[in-house]
Design a protein around this ligand. Structure first.
Ligand SMILES: [Zn+2]
Ligand SMILES: [Zn+2]
Length: 343
């Protein structure tokens, strides 16, 4: 089968490798229908994180090809979302709705998902069954289902951990696919005013379509001033940090009203910030790895299937799997918000 490898910084290539096989009782082998490139893949591609060349991609949907001996929840031929988090569904973390921190297993994140087949570990509870077969769905719906393997639940996690409530005023920092999905999540949870910090017109436009009521184009302290002005000096009820860098976190700390919560989902890079500011303002800082299976089974799959949300629009370009190198390059150069891979 074909599998993508990050050979070196900025260089992705497809190699022929053996098809994965069942290694453990709770493994499932999936034949992929869609995969995608994640913002976090770009950290490796750009050489910012040290790369592991056999670890490309963690987002996919597919068809069950083979099941381990203890798997009873899915069978060969089922169409499934493969969350990048592999929870057990019964430990304390999973029961509390934090399956991205499952306490039962060591290897709880997906890897090797930019390939024709993938070995999905700890599949019994984690996989999310989709009704019917891929042929029953439009390309747009398949794109939305693909977001349920990571970015949409990750955006939802920002909103949930920031405790976004009906009627809230919320700032979303970051206009990548996760930030845009966070806008969808914030709207789904009933926020009244949704302020998206965005420096790119195409992303801002999609943000508006997803429910953003205000766009802040300014950077740094000017962005904070603009958010304060838009909230009549109050500050926001919740801020969602969807980048994973120092400046957005500092902005979040400065734009929240006293007693507000910040939900962080950007993978931290250079995460130092002044906790004194949060004490002075009674700010709660929450967030971390998303609970993908929890949200998909809870609200998100239904919202997608009902057409209530359409997160697949973050894929502004689609590529045949053979063109995976172009999919990375275009996303790196911001020619697409997020790259979808088809097989
Ligand atoms: Zn991802
Ligand atoms: Zn668990």
């Amino acid at each position: 089968m074909k599998k993508a490898f990050l050979v070196k910084k900025g260089d992705i290539e497809i190699r022929d490798v053996d098809k994965p096989t069942l290694q453990k009782d709770d493994d499932v082998i999936l034949k992929l229908v869609r995969a995608s490139v994640c913002g976090s893949d770009l950290w490796f591609y750009r050489g910012i994180d040290s790369s592991s060349s056999d670890n490309s991609g963690h987002e996919c949907i597919g068809i069950v090809e083979e099941t381990g001996s203890v798997i009873t929840t899915v069978k060969k031929g089922d169409f499934v979302i493969a969350p990048f988090t592999h929870g057990c569904g019964h430990c304390a973390a999973c029961r509390a709705g934090f399956d991205g921190n499952c306490q039962s297993y060591q290897d709880i994140w997906s890897s090797d998902c930019q390939a024709e087949y993938v070995r999905y570990q700890h599949a019994q509870w984690a996989l999310v069954k989709v009704p019917g077969q891929p042929e029953d769905y439009s390309d747009g719906m398949l794109a939305s289902l693909q977001t349920l393997s990571d970015v949409m639940p990750t955006g939802y996690h920002a909103a949930r951990t920031a405790n976004v409530q009906q009627g809230d005023t919320v700032a979303v920092i970051g206009d990548g696919a996760v930030g845009l999905c966070a806008v969808i999540a914030v709207k789904l949870r009933g926020a009244k005013q949704i302020i998206l910090l965005s420096h790119h017109e195409d992303r801002a436009q999609l943000g508006r379509e997803f429910g953003a009521t205000d766009i802040v184009e300014e950077r740094g302290d000017d962005a904070v001033k603009k958010v304060m002005a838009l909230t009549h000096g109050d500050g926001v009820d919740a801020a969602l940090e969807c980048v994973g860098a120092r400046q957005p976190m500092e902005q979040a700390l400065q734009m929240v009203r006293p007693g507000a919560t910040i939900g962080r989902v950007g993978v931290p890079h250079d995460e130092q910030f002044d906790l004194g500011v949060s004490w002075a303002n009674n700010t709660s800082i929450a967030g971390g790895t998303a609970a993908v299976t929890t949200y998909d089974k809870g609200v998100l799959l239904k919202a997608v299937l009902d057409g209530e949300i359409n997160p697949g629009k973050v894929f502004t370009k689609s590529y045949k799997f053979d063109d995976v190198a172009q999919a990375y390059a275009d996303m790196d150069q911001r020619k697409t918000i997020k790259s979808l891979l088809t097989f």
